[in-house]
Design a protein around this ligand. Structure first.
Ligand code: TRP
Length: 351
């Protein structure tokens, strides 16, 4: 893809996609730059899907606010970062609609309607919400928006009539809750107003962090961002968790749980070569310095062109804003239609 993404007038000329194509929706909380976990977990897949599906990607700023209401800068400052990341990996705004959650009022309205179909107990039982709450220090002050974000996510999915949702495993409970809402609403309407969706799990659904322990996060310094420099990549690979018992080159080492090998599996294009390396490592005679060097070269090759495109993209913020605006306008029209049919299902369509 050319780094200079086409201008607004070009975007406007986007052909009307065939209505027969299946609809795909994904989204990301706009709370930070995207990293290698996003890249293997979903971005690569989205680049492929955009050719065969009617794909929408939602920059989920409102969902980002659900645990950052008192620190909104974390969200607002990352919206364009996320858009630049998308474009840098090859998501093409002429093929994929990129839109901003807060710019599509129907999503918030749908959330209000659906809220009446979901019990607080059901939200508290959602395994993802449950483990997120346990991992955050909300105490007795869980924001209502946080507890209810699965409802807002159901609004996102249904508003676009999306049937295929590429997600990581942690998002499966969201799909399940969405489908429950769909069935309830259709039952009330006695008609198929909303459509159920199916998850599409990616091959590598969760890439471990460089330390192999905690969740990837920039503040923990345990992940590699798409914008990271040569030096940062090198430092991250050098500090990666390997086999702590593998103390000398001659010793046999363990591949399982060795993050360098996990990354080589996820990123290296020659899997036969990686299998050979694993054999040598297990037998003894292959050092961590060498495996790290191979991984570093591989990651540098993948990330260099992405970083270069990204630098150009982020230097033209008005272009990124235009892409979001055009995508959001298109999404407003689509989601208003679904909103109208939901209002009708509740008998609230007087005018
Ligand atoms: N919950 C998703 C995440 O944390 C982001 C998201 C918001 C999403 N709306 C969505 C994903 C709709 C898929 C579909 O990454």
């Amino acid at each position: 893809m050319s780094p200079m993404v086409q201008t607004r007038s070009h975007i406007m000329q986007k052909e009307q996609p065939s209505t027969k194509k299946e609809r795909v929706l994904t989204g990301d909380r706009a709370t930070g730059q995207l990293h290698l976990g996003h890249y293997v977990g979903s971005l690569q897949q989205r680049v492929m899907l955009q050719h065969d599906y009617e794909q929408t990607i939602l920059v989920a700023d409102l969902q980002g606010l659900t645990d950052n209401g008192h620190n909104p800068h974390k969200v607002s400052s990352n919206i364009l970062n996320v858009v630049a990341d998308y474009l840098a990996v090859g998501i093409d705004p002429l093929k994929t609609t990129i839109c901003l959650q807060s710019a599509i009022p129907a999503l918030s309205e749908l959330t209000m309607y659906y809220s009446n179909l979901v019990s607080v107990a059901r939200l508290q039982r959602n395994p993802t919400v449950k483990s997120e709450i346990a991992g955050k220090s909300f105490g007795s002050s869980i924001p209502a928006g946080f507890l209810t974000y699965p409802i807002s996510q159901a609004a996102d999915i249904t508003a676009f009539k999306a049937t295929l949702i590429p997600v990581g495993e942690d998002q499966l409970p969201m799909i399940e809750q969405t489908n429950e809402i769909v069935r309830k609403l259709n039952h009330i309407a006695q008609a198929e107003v909303l459509v159920e969706c199916t998850p599409l799990l990616s091959k590598v659904s969760r890439l471990p962090s460089c330390d192999g322990k905690s969740k990837m996060s920039k503040s923990m310094g345990n992940c590699i961002l798409l914008s990271d420099t040569d030096k940062q990549i090198s430092k991250a690979v050098k500090s990666m968790y390997t086999d702590p018992k593998h103390l000398s080159i001659e010793q046999p080492g363990q591949v399982e749980g060795n993050i360098v090998f996990t990354y080589l599996d996820a990123f290296h294009s020659d899997s036969a070569y990686i299998e050979q390396l694993k054999m040598r490592y297990r037998e003894g005679g292959l050092g961590d310095g060498k495996t790290k060097k191979i991984l570093e070269e591989c990651l540098q090759d993948i990330l260099k062109p992405i970083r270069e495109r990204r630098e150009l993209l982020i230097s033209d913020k008005s272009q990124l804003i235009d892409i979001l605006r055009v995508g959001s306008e298109k999404s407003q029209e689509e989601s208003n239609q679904v909103l109208n049919s939901v209002k009708k299902a509740f008998g609230l369509n007087l005018f």
